[in-house]
Write a protein that binds this ligand. Structure first.
Ligand code: PHE
Length: 450
């Protein structure tokens, strides 16, 4: 059915549904895995503070910008730039966003697959099925990677095929509260373990001598990745948003949820690392650097769960990896929705078909990565570390100098009547026109040429 793209676009049922879906996009492996490990390897609290500054000064203004573009145009990222200006260049920014979505999703599904397979690794370890456990935890095994990526993508496609309110909104409305509950219980448990305080100290006591350009780069990249900015995910989600809603308020809630959950994940992971060390688990590399990335989540933590032992160790281990899988799923949904909405809007394909075709296309790339996991770092570097801030920069330039900040403010006025007289408008416009682009350019130049 629904082949007329102008009339068949979905909408969110409720404001809370939208906020949970957007927060679900934001909260993902970026929060529960990447944030704590970046924090741990960049001097703890110093990174946390720089990160918060990046979120507030750049992340939040760009999020408001993306939502305004989306709701005003009611289009996918490519169609949105085309609808709001005659400039021929900017639809390419939308295409870049769609491409970033496809490429990030292609490796994200594999890592998400690892988190899901580890639910079973925990169970197999507990029941003494060591052979099965070590098979599933062998990331060098392309077949295992491929099977779990396939499973994860299958789930994602199914939800996207359900549509905006019946698929995305329903699924995330159920998953997000569950995720928060599991995270809270686990954090409280860990904080009450003797020895947790050493991790807390590193996490919360800033050592400003650690602040380097590399740290600032890492913090900005993390802010874009974690808030799902720069590739049009929030243009797309904003396009389903009713004119009644207050975009500024919604963006603030989503940012708060994202930062809050990342902070909570830090409270869980940082003490856990030090608990593990106290139990004799190796947490530093041979060269003295911190074991970050996959090693932290998939080696250090399971060793700790094993040492807790018994049914308690099993419950904690299973809950942890289930939590990660949930967080990943609410993000893969938004990563697939971006290219899917592009195909629906621009090529007049039905949602069910579009989700399936795009999902299978991404899966083909994932299959290649499954057998060559060394590619993950390169793809991540090009499409998230560089790609997302670059997209964010171009979005700022588009609003600041082509669509004009005034048009965006007019859009925000729907659902936020007092905005014209507020100091907020002037401040936001200055950020979008000058402050955000300049900071992003400096940091990107450092990343690329530094
Ligand atoms: N924000 C997600 C996370 O933190 C990743 C993501 C990036 C999702 C870009 C959508 C778009 O894991």
């Amino acid at each position: 059915m629904a082949t007329n793209p102008s009339t068949s676009r979905g909408t969110w049922n409720t404001k809370l549904g939208f906020i949970l879906a957007a927060a679900g996009s934001a909260v993902g492996l970026g929060n529960i895995w990447r944030f704590p490990t970046e924090t741990a390897s960049n001097g703890g609290a110093a990174f946390l503070i720089v990160y918060l500054v990046c979120v507030l000064l750049i992340g939040l203004p760009v999020m408001i910008a993306e939502l305004s573009i989306g709701r005003s145009s009611k289009k996918n990222p490519v169609g949105a730039f085309r609808a709001l200006s005659n400039n021929k260049f900017f639809p390419l920014v939308g295409i870049w966003g769609v491409l970033c979505g496809v490429m990030i999703l292609s490796f994200y599904t594999i890592i998400a697959g690892w988190t899901f397979s580890h639910v079973f690794v925990e169970i197999f370890t507990y029941t003494g099925m060591d052979g099965a456990a070590s098979l599933l935890s062998d990331f060098g095994n392309g077949y295992v990677n491929a099977i779990f990526a396939l499973l994860f993508m299958g789930l994602t496609i199914t939800i996207i095929r359900g549509g905006v309110s019946d698929g995305i909104e329903k699924a995330t409305k159920f998953m997000m509260p569950l995720l928060i509950l599991i995270l809270l219980i686990m954090t409280v448990f860990v904080l009450f373990q003797p020895g947790a305080s050493e991790g807390l100290r590193v996490y919360l006591m800033p050592d400003f001598s650690m602040v380097t350009t590399d740290l600032v780069l890492a913090a900005l990249g993390q802010a874009f990745f974690s808030l799902s900015l720069g590739m049009g995910a929030l243009i797309t989600y904003g396009s389903y948003l009713s004119k009644k809603e207050n975009i500024v308020e919604a963006a603030s809630y989503v940012t708060l949820a994202d930062v809050g959950i990342a902070f909570l994940a830090g409270l869980l992971i940082m003490p856990t690392i030090f608990l593990a060390q106290a139990q004799g688990v190796q947490i530093y590399d041979a060269d003295g650097s911190f074991l970050a990335g996959p090693a932290l989540i998939f080696q250090i933590l399971p060793q700790l769960f094993a040492q807790i032992g018994g049914i308690l160790g099993l419950i904690i281990g299973v809950s942890f990896f289930f939590l990660l899988s949930l967080a990943a799923l609410t993000s893969t949904i938004s990563l697939l929705e971006v290219p899917t909405s592009y195909v629906i809007d621009e090529h007049g394909v039905s949602r069910k078909k579009a989700a399936l075709y795009v999902g299978l296309f991404v899966l083909t790339i994932s299959m290649v990565i499954s057998f060559n996991t060394g590619l993950i770092d390169n793809i991540d570097y090009i499409f998230s570390v560089i790609g997302l801030p670059l997209g964010g920069l171009l979005i700022c330039i588009f609003i600041g100098y082509f669509w004009k900040t005034q048009s965006a403010v007019d859009e925000m006025k729907n659902g936020f009547k007092d905005i014209r007289d507020s100091w907020f408008t002037a401040l936001w416009s200055i950020f979008i026109k000058f402050i955000c682009p300049i900071i992003i350019i400096i940091i990107l130049a450092q990343t690329i040429f530094g």
